[in-house]
Design a protein around this ligand. Sequence first.
Ligand SMILES: Cc1cc2nc3c(=O)[nH]c(=O)nc-3n(C[C@H](O)[C@H](O)[C@H](O)COP(=O)(O)OP(=O)(O)OC[C@H]3O[C@@H](n4cnc5c(N)ncnc54)[C@H](O)[C@@H]3O)c2cc1C
Length: 312
Amino acid sequence: MEDWRRDIGKSLGTKLRGSIRLNEEMAPYTTYRIGGSADVFVEVESVEDLQKVAGFLAEHPKVPWQILGGGTNVLYPEHYRGVVIHPGKGLSKIKKKEDRVIAGAGAELLEVIKQAAEWSLGGMDFLAGIPGSVGGALKGNAGAFGRRIAECVELVRGFDLAESKEKELKQEEIEWSYRKTNLRAALFIYEIVLKLEPRPIMECMHEISRVLSERMAKNPSEPSAGCVFVNPEPPDVTAGRLIDELGFKGRRIGDAMCSPQHANFIVNVGRATQADVLTLITEIKKAVKERFGYDLVEEIKIIRETMEEHNG
Ligand SMILES: Cc1cc2nc3c(=O)[nH]c(=O)nc-3n(C[C@H](O)[C@H](O)[C@H](O)COP(=O)(O)OP(=O)(O)OC[C@H]3O[C@@H](n4cnc5c(N)ncnc54)[C@H](O)[C@@H]3O)c2cc1C
């Protein structure tokens, strides 16, 4: 084992409120249920923890690292030779201030929506059922039914792990596009202020149930990371339609299968590996390019074994 892996416990172990685990299996942290161990897994509980982790990373500039939220949009390799940084309970609290909800980045998106409803605040119900954390949703401007989380955001608080600096960004200071923001890859989002609308609790609850049942009917039930590809621009065609027309539904490499229910989902039907999914992705991209001329771009975040740059 290289020095930095041996030393991380010594240099951070007693200093963090959160925890450090070595050789942590990543599959259970993801909806894909794919991936082997990460050398180091750090759960951070406070901004002070983030500051200490940033200090360690500054002293070890060659060590790869990556931020993990709810793990619903990521594909891990057999071995990640770096540090995975994940928000713990201390960064997952949900608070209310007038018609704002202040959510810790690690809070589950659906929990935030339900808690807001209990406080008679609505307006983000259309996001119900998108799995994952509110931090991950913000980073990727998650959306559904033609709407995006950007609509509900007032302020984002983050800690830049490369510059070791806290940052506060207003909604209008962020560039939002389809499943994307321009937030720096090194920015660990730790808190989001959501501006919602006063609404009767029953109305919010009813809307949440309606959205949840609509989504359940559409999404495959096997483990996945959601849609694999972003829809091409201009959006007159969906990636799913192109893949379906090429007859990929049911195509299988190892235990990775193009879902018979939704062609833009590659599901894990057993013990799929990253390599299985990547082979299928390559086949699909090649066929779509040859037949339709589109260059499909992955929406899921593919984590490489020794990723030096931080996953954006
Ligand atoms: C069945 C299914 C259905 C889905 N349907 C939709 C849908 O309708 N619409 C949609 O938009 N998405 C959908 N997704 C994709 C996924 O749920 C979203 O992208 C989700 O918002 C990702 O959040 P996460 O916390 O799981 O992020 P992760 O998967 O953990 O991470 C995704 C990216 O965000 C970064 N990130 C995560 N947390 C933070 C943080 N605190 N600070 C900085 N960076 C961070 C990670 O580094 C990574 O680059 C679906 C996924 C599944 C499995």
